[in-house]
Ligand binder design. Structure first.
Ligand code: PXL
Length: 277
């Protein structure tokens, strides 16, 4: 069985980061090992939340793992607590990734043109450097803009997205995929670029008029799970995009839906069906 290390926060309540990665990647058939970066009462869209930084716990955990000789088929990073944790992640990749390990970086820090409350521009600079260590990096448009010093725009012309993708790819990841791309009316999608093969990839779904926290984590976790099943990065991104859109749609059909996250609990059986075809 493939083993995935995911490094991101635990938001106890709120359906994001590790509480999404664990069920989704497990349901897709890989073992998930977690390295929590911070422990929050909820994610940061709630009005009041507590946040305990777990940086000091990471060193001893790594020491214990070294003694066990653990290895990983993928290292998947998401929301990290601080700039110093990004540097720690680089060291973890140096030490624990082999030639065969997929390094998947979701530089979670911003959306809709703004950084999340815990972050500033120096954090964006650190994330920019982390891209160099990645096989695949999956920023949304806002994150790509912050990492490349590009103006954030809501009208996504093909030339704007392609230029943003080329600049983000220049940060050093082998494959760069920008999410949340809306180039056509009523459509939402992703645009990717494989630097080694000089190949572009574009995929879009019907736009679901809603946005929820944690959907980026759902997308990334699904993509990692699919790649671990041996799918190409393009097919993995397609499945991740379709599954995320489907889950948002199903969540919108629920009159009792929570405001803070999507109902992936209801759609995981569909995901398992999709990948079993
Ligand atoms: O879904 C991204 C995410 C992850 N973790 C925490 C967050 C957010 C987005 O706001 O606040 C703690």
């Amino acid at each position: 069985m493939k083993r995935v290390l995911t490094i991101q926060d635990i938001s106890c309540w709120g359906k994001c980061s590790i509480t999404v990665a664990l069920p989704v990647i497990s349901a897709m058939g890989s073992e998930v090992v977690i390295l929590p970066t911070a422990l929050l009462s909820t994610h940061t869209a709630f009005k009041h939340y507590t946040c305990t930084d777990l940086t000091d716990t990471i060193g001893p955990i790594l020491d214990a793992w070294r003694n066990e000789g653990i290895t990983f088929d993928a290292i998947y990073t998401g929301y990290l607590g601080s700039a110093s944790q990004i540097r720690m992640v680089e060291q973890i990749i140096d030490e624990f990734a082999t030639d065969k390990t997929l390094v998947f970086v979701d530089p979670v820090m911003a959306d809709f043109g703004k950084l999340y409350p815990a972050f500033d521009m120096s954090y964006a600079e650190e994330n920019k450097r982390l891209c160099k260590s990645a096989d695949i990096v999956v920023p949304n448009i806002t994150e790509a803009c912050f990492m490349t010093g590009t103006e954030y725009r809501e009208d996504h012309t093909e030339s704007y997205i392609k230029d943003l993708l080329d600049k983000t790819s220049g940060l050093g990841a082998k494959i760069t995929v920008i999410t949340g791309v809306a180039m056509k009316d009523k459509m939402m999608g992703i645009m990717g670029y494989d630097r080694e093969k000089d190949e572009y990839f574009h995929f879009e779904n019907k736009w679901v008029h809603a946005s929820f926290h944690g959907t980026g984590d759902l997308f990334s976790s699904t993509a990692v799970g699919a790649i671990m099943r041996g799918m190409s990065w393009q097919d993995s991104m397609r499945i991740a995009s379709e599954y995320t859109a489907y889950t948002i749609e199903k969540t919108m059909e629920d009159p009792d839906r929570p405001w803070y996250g999507v109902n992936y609990e209801k759609t995981i059986p569909y995901l398992v069906q999709m990948i079993s075809k």
